[in-house]
Ligand binder design. Structure first.
Ligand SMILES: C[S@@+](CC[C@H](N)C(=O)[O-])C[C@H]1O[C@@H](n2cnc3c(N)ncnc32)[C@H](O)[C@@H]1O
Length: 263
């Protein structure tokens, strides 16, 4: 499976994803993953940024609210359209191109920084995606991205729960098996049946790469590792929103910031 085949799958899931994400059912993104990503993000005020694999643009707009001038790309047309328009009529249009992360339609060294929220993990050509992101960064610019944590999102993954249903562990296995790429059907777990009605489940690839492969791909792209994050809900959030309390059992997400060396 290559990036274009993955793109075709995203194309078919984009509408349901946009509808449910904008309905507030992507709770891990909204409550845990994105807030910690933004906390780790350096000051981007006045900088030119690129968001790679922007989806419906929610996170791109949050970065723009921090004062950056944002451009975005997504491989899927329905996502690009949704991201451009935003949610409300008065939302400012976002410049969004339809392009693959492997063929970014920008000259070398165009951007001060790039973000990729949960999108690089969807590209089978991991090394090429990191090289291409590095190509469009100015010397001294950074790439910050989030992925499912390679150490817990393995091909074998089973939730272990107490009799009362509380999650206590995740059984993982087949860590070193990167192929074949599996296609899985799912909905956001927080979406109730009435929200799912009339929508087809997402049908998307689950691409697993080992932690060593990710880190070596970054280094081979000529980027320097700078900062890491493993988002987790704190006590207050777990009490208010118990549906994300399982983020405390094992790390679900990994955040990495790396930088292109200055010339
Ligand atoms: C999990 S969604 C994340 C969307 C968004 N970044 C967010 O955080 O809400 C992954 C996104 O990556 C996009 N994508 C997948 N493969 C891509 C590729 N090769 N180039 C650009 N975007 C891609 C998908 O279309 C989808 O919008």
């Amino acid at each position: 499976m290559d990036h274009l085949e993955v793109g075709a799958l995203w194309q078919r899931s984009a509408q349901a994803w946009t509808c449910l994400a904008r309905g507030g059912f992507d709770v891990y993104r909204d409550l845990v993953n994105t807030p910690e990503f933004l906390e780790m993000l350096p000051d981007v005020q006045g900088q030119q940024g690129l968001d790679i694999g922007c989806g419906e643009g929610h996170n791109t707009r949050l970065v723009r609210e921090r004062g950056a001038s944002m451009t975005a790309v997504d491989i899927s047309l329905p996502f690009a359209r949704a991201a451009r328009a935003g949610v409300a009529d008065q939302d400012e249009v976002l410049p969004v191109g339809i392009a693959s992360a492997l063929e970014l339609p920008f000259a070398d060294a165009t951007f001060d920084f790039a973000t990729a929220f949960m999108s690089l993990q969807d590209i089978p050509e991991t090394e090429l995606a990191l090289q291409e992101a590095g190509r469009v960064l100015r010397p001294g610019g950074f790439l910050q991205f989030s992925i499912c944590h390679p150490c817990s999102d393995t091909p074998h993954r089973k939730h272990v729960r107490n009799p009362d249903g509380t999650e206590v562990a995740i059984e993982i296995g087949r860590y070193f098996e990167e192929d074949p790429i599996e296609i899985v059907e799912w909905f956001f777990s927080a979406a109730p049946p009435e929200a799912r009605e009339g929508l087809d489940p997402f049908r998307l690839p689950r691409i697993h790469r080992t932690l060593a492969r990710w880190l070596n791909a970054i280094l081979d792209a000529g980027l320097v590792l700078e900062r890491f994050g493993e988002p987790v809900a704190d006590d207050e959030l777990c009490t208010a929103r118990p549906e994300v309390a399982d983020t405390r059992v094992v790390p679900y997400f990994l955040h990495i910031r790396c930088r292109k060396p200055s010339a």
